[in-house]
Design a protein around this ligand. Structure first.
Ligand code: NAP
Ligand code: GLV
Length: 309
């Protein structure tokens, strides 16, 4: 029973080292050196070439090497009936919370404005509210949103969260369901999108959502580009309805060179780098799922293909 990695050649040796250390004697193969297709019991991949995953008749698990699986689910890429698992990774969670905290603090502490003042050699104090008077709202309270909410709370911010089903997080005011979205957005000074991309959440941050936000609210989106209707965001920034946005993800990636976000004075851009999959951190759960495929036990971090995450 072989484990097949379909991925960037530069990552292959790192994964091989980790998997061979965790599962001595493992039959670890790297695409396209597949050997007999019948031997492959599990595939680990971020994204496979079209049709590739249908070539393995004895596949017992597809492990997506990230938290989000939206790019894998649509269409007919996946063989029917093969369980899909994702990563729920402590290292990626720490990385993402650090990104969210950096974006929130940079905005809250007006670091970009201080940068402009420094370049003009101007000694001027800016008004910065107490974190306790700044409400940060997190859309999505799963592995990543939940951790960011707790860490923002620990910094003293007022934190609120919105999810599909009700959640209970110490010190965080939570609400759930579509009807709660607009009132939720209206109460927040900073909105962080930490949702998975599904048919329900696609385009969720549109003109209506921006109108529902407080005037001058700030947006942080390290989730997926298709959560945001980009023209509506540009209009909300240009009218002053939003004061700025920190964006890690975009509808087209890499962001095209001519895109207005690049030069927009209110937009901060990072290149889909908020949280990266590192073999050292992620390998133990991949190894555990490989053992579970072998033993026929229930898999960890199973994706609900109907629900879309
Ligand atoms: P997760 O554990 O599945 O949590 C998703 C959260 O969103 C859950 O609280 C869920 O509600 C909520 N949600 C889903 N659909 C909803 C809806 N229709 N209405 C309201 N709430 C909804 O996901 P995660 O591991 O935190 O990851 C979130 C996303 O981050 C990923 O899907 C990926 O797109 C993105 N990501 C980006 C990077 C990067 O580098 N930029 C890295 C990793 C991940 P319930 O709790 O009720 O189910
Ligand atoms: C990265 O974007 C991930 O979903 O893991």
């Amino acid at each position: 029973m072989a484990l097949l990695l379909i991925g960037e050649p530069r990552d292959a040796e790192g994964w091989r080292r980790e998997m061979e250390a965790l599962v001595p004697g493992i039959d670890f193969r790297v695409w396209p050196e597949v050997g007999r297709a019948e031997d492959i019991a599990m595939v680990m991949t971020w994204k496979a070439p079209p049709g590739e995953l249908r070539r393995y008749p004895n596949l017992g698990c597809i492990c997506v090497l990230g938290h989000g699986v939206d790019h894998m689910l649509p269409g007919s890429e996946l063989p029917d009936g093969v369980p899909v698992v994702r990563l729920v990774d402590e290292s990626m969670t720490r990385q993402m919370s650090a990104y969210v905290l950096a974006a929130v603090l940079r905005h809250h502490r007006k670091m970009a404005d201080y940068g402009r003042l420094q370049r003009a050699r101007r000694w001027r104090e800016l008004d910065v509210p107490d974190p306790a008077e700044t409400r940060v709202g997190i859309l999505g309270l799963g592995a990543l949103g939940g951790d960011a909410a707790r860490k923002l709370r620990a910094l003293g911010f007022e934190v609120a969260g919105w999810s599909r089903t009700p959640k209970d997080i110490d010190g965080v005011e939570t609400c759930a369901g579509r009807d709660a979205l607009e009132p939720f957005l209206g109460g927040c000074d900073i909105v962080v999108c930490m949702l998975p991309l599904t048919p329900e959440t696609r385009d969720i941050l549109d003109a209506g959502a921006f109108r529902a936000m407080k005037k001058g609210a700030y947006l942080v989106n390290p989730a997926r580009g298709h959560h945001v209707v980009e023209d509506d965001l540009l209009a909300a920034l240009d009218s002053g309805q939003l004061s700025g946005a920190c964006l890690d993800v975009f509808r087209a990636e890499p962001l095209p060179r001519g895109h207005p976000f690049w030069r927009h004075p209110k937009v901060t851009i990072t290149p889909h780098a908020a949280s990266l999959t590192l073999p050292r951190g992620a390998a133990p759960q991949v190894a555990e799922n490989y053992r579970r495929v072998h033993d026929g036990r229930p898999l960890l971090n199973l994706v609900d293909r109907e629900r879309g995450y």
